[in-house]
Design a protein around this ligand. Structure first.
Ligand code: AMP
Length: 219
């Protein structure tokens, strides 16, 4: 099963993709996380992508598509995958479709998480992440028990450098110009499941799992 999680920055894609992947026993591929790890480690890929990420721009398609297609052949992807943050434009979506078609496979469902724009800004500006395990926190909604430390692994919490107000504005613009058209693309193929991303994280996860199970049962 191949499921894409679509939504604006701050919609909760990463958090929800990680939770739902665990519940459904699927691999979770988050392109933003893969790029951030590469930057942290100072790899060749990290050096190439750092400046795009800092500016809130998309990494060039050639680099992104190659990275994802290489990741998709790993053994943990055999029983299925949740793609989080990919595809981000039509060219990536079409490249993914044709790579899967070559193996007689296809995207099964696209979960589109919707959140009002003011709420996206609020979430992004208060967001903190664990440097070690990537667990997400929010300064007021879900603070850690000890400020600056991850509840799960004790890792250091940090704010993403691209969560500054100026870069957030750029990322939202990029999202509305390049990624939002994918909603129509997947809607036309009948794969889109629109899910309200407002409210408690656990409740949103339940909505997503219900939507996926409901649509699989109907098809
Ligand atoms: P994210 O963690 O999904 O918000 O991604 C962080 C940054 O990584 C984005 O602002 C882009 O610079 C880069 N990135 C992540 N996924 C993609 C993608 N599919 N295509 C191009 N750039 C990406």
């Amino acid at each position: 099963m191949y499921i894409i999680f679509l939504g604006a920055p701050g919609a909760g894609k990463g958090t929800q993709a990680a939770t739902v992947a665990q519940k459904l026993n699927l691999a979770h591929i988050a392109t933003g996380d893969l790029f951030r790890q590469a930057v942290e480690r100072g790899t060749e890929l990290g050096v190439k992508v750092k400046s795009y990420m800092e500016k809130g721009m998309l990494v060039p398609d050639e680099i992104t598509i190659q990275m994802v297609l290489e990741r998709l052949v790993a053994s943990d992807c055999e029983s299925g995958v949740i793609l989080d943050g990919f595809p981000r434009n039509l060219r990536q979506a079409k490249a993914l479709d044709s790579a899967l078609a070559q193996q007689a496979r296809a995207i099964d469902k696209v979960v589109y998480i919707t959140v009002p724009e003011e709420e996206l800004l609020r979430r992004l500006s208060g967001r903190w992440l664990c440097r070690q395990c990537q667990a997400p926190y929010h300064a007021t909604d879900s603070p850690p028990k000890v400020w600056g430390k991850c509840d799960h692994c004790g890792g250091e919490l940090y704010q993403r450098p691209d969560d500054t107000p100026q870069t957030v504005r750029e990322r939202l613009q990029v999202y509305f110009a390049k990624t939002a058209p994918l909603v129509d693309y997947y809607n036309q193929s009948g794969k889109l499941l629109e899910v309200d991303g407002a409210g408690e994280k656990a409740e949103v996860s339940r909505r997503i799992v219900r939507a996926i199970h409901g649509s699989l049962a109907a098809s």
